[in-house]
Design a protein around this ligand. Sequence first.
Ligand SMILES: [Zn+2]
Length: 262
Amino acid sequence: MPYCYVLLRGQGHVALVDVGYSHRDHGKHLAEKYNIENWRPPHVVLAECGVVPEDVDTVFITHAHFDHFGNIDDFPNATFYVQREEIERWTWVLSLPDRMRWMTASLDPASIIRAAELSALGRIKFIDGDVENVIPGVDLHLARDSHTYGSMWVSVCNDRAAAPKDIWVLAGDLVSQFDNLEMDGSLIDVPTMYNPGAQTVGSYTNIIVAMEEMMKLVDHDAKRIVPVHEERLAERFPSRLSKEDLRISEICLADGAKSFVI
Ligand SMILES: [Zn+2]
């Protein structure tokens, strides 16, 4: 299973959706528990797309799990956006007795501490709900009490039309693999159905409601919802392997932009 994050470039911005996991301290321990291999730091990963971490001005954090909110320290010039409930409630969970902390199986407590540090530095913006055009063409959507307490998904509008058609959804772990949107539905006698997946601390129902919101936004074209733990991204989008065995998939290109995979 791949562990990815997403680079957005355009309209004068270099932005990321999530920052991947940090291969040190508890992040390293979790990676070993989950059998993740071949970690590379963001400066190596982003070099494949001609970007250095210092170029990144904006980071959207879909949720605080270790594999999405790990490499926080690598982007000195970025402002981070995260849902307020996400950090507040994880902080509360960390205060609970060990016997109640089943929820923390995919959490690196250091990420929550670093979020507090970023907050003190004025570098993190806590969001309450949905935000349109947080940077041009990018909307943020709250899926409260779902995969996590304040999971967020990101939509990117790639055309400037009054009724845009070229929309992509970066789903965090609300949709982590293609099969989450297209599970065999024979159990209830439908062709396919949504499957809310695993590693969830909140409501399965809220995940399925969020999936429907995403699907409505992309006119029910599931190919426009990008899951970051999907091995078959390489079949759906132009992709290549770097010499370090990292995979880069290109979801779409800005007008006139040069491909990084061909
Ligand atoms: Zn997650």
